[in-house]
Structure formats: C-alpha cells, structure tokens
Design a protein around this ligand. Structure first.
Ligand SMILES: [Zn+2]
Ligand SMILES: [Zn+2]
Length: 184
C-alpha cells in the first residue's frame, strides 16, 4: 500500500499535533475512497539555514522541498512525503506560501506560521490552527496525487490566498476532485 510520511520540521506547534493531523488526513483520504497509510516520522528534521533568506526572514519553499526530498528519497521511493513546520516561507513571485508540492519529487511541505491566528495579532486558537493545518496537508497531498486547484471554494483543493480562504474551505475533496483522483 502506498504510504504518506508526515515529517515534523520543527518541534513547537507541530510535534504535539502530529497524531491529530495524521488521523484527520487519513479521514479525508478515506472519505475520498483512498486508503493510504499515514505514518509519522519519529524525529524532527531541522531545515538547513541554506534555505533561509535573511533579507526576507523567510525560508525559500522550493529549497525546503528539494532538501526534504534529498533527506528521505533513498528510503521512501514509492511513498509520499509531507514536511510540516512552524515556519514562514515564500516562493519566487509570491510573498508567502502556506505550502508547496512537487509531484515529480513526491514531496510537499506545509509552512504553518501564517496559519496561526497569533501571526495576525489574534488570540491563540489552537483548534483553529490545527484545523487549518489539516486542510493544507490534505491540499498539498492532493497535488501530489495529481490534482490541480479547484473552483469549488469548499473543496480542499481550492486555492487559498489568505487564511480567510483556508477557513472557507473544508478538509474534504469535492465530488469532481474525487472523480479525478479515481482516474489517476
Ligand atoms: Zn495548491
Ligand atoms: Zn474540488
């Protein structure tokens, strides 16, 4: 069975929630008819400072992707890898990203700092944070499974430009995306 490996990239605000995320991701995939095995990597893989851009005080998302792939690709040839870190990242042409996926590397990352209400000066709300991160993990996994962005704003594959968009969508795939997943 194809496996999904969830890898913590930071300890704070990640390690404590890995079990919740793996079971909600399993549930989202299961409700789309996909029985992927979700595993959690047992230690934190700390991203290299080579991927950190001091001028912006952010990580370069594609650098994190290539680094994570190089760490694990020997052992996880057939599997999907999703790194999750309490980090802020950007990509060329984008001020920030909540995550990025490379289907050819079977690797994705989710950067969670901007999913924390406190990032915007809000009150701590860890339920909201955990729910937002679940959605973004499922979203990036959807890309790894071959899906593109979806126009249905409630579908987990809808593109999120802000946390408001993340809050509008659910962590489930719409009927159209489920059809496409079954064709892949
Ligand atoms: Zn996307
Ligand atoms: Zn959809």
């Amino acid at each position: 069975m194809t496996r999904v490996l969830i890898v913590p990239l930071t300890r704070p605000y990640v390690v404590d929630y890995l079990d919740v995320w793996s079971s909600s991701v399993r549930d989202s995939l299961y409700s789309a008819g996909l029985g992927l095995d979700i595993l959690v990597w047992p230690s934190v893989l700390k991203p290299p400072m080579d991927c950190f851009v001091w001028r912006r005080v952010q990580y370069l998302s594609s650098c994190l992707l290539r680094w994570l792939y190089s760490c694990l690709s020997r052992d996880f040839v057939e599997d999907y890898v999703v790194g999750v870190g309490y980090l802020d990242a950007f990509e060329r042409g984008l001020n920030f990203v909540f995550g990025e996926a490379s289907p050819s590397l079977r690797t994705a990352i989710v950067c969670t700092r901007r999913l924390d209400p406190r990032f915007y000066g809000g009150r701590p709300d860890f339920n909201l944070y955990v729910e937002r991160v679940s959605k973004e993990i499922v979203h990036e996994l959807g890309h790894l499974l071959g899906l593109e962005h979806c126009v249905n704003r409630e579908c987990v594959m809808s593109f999120s430009n802000s946390v408001y968009d993340v809050d509008v969508k659910t962590r489930f795939f719409c009927k159209n995306c489920i059809k496409k997943l079954k064709r892949e």
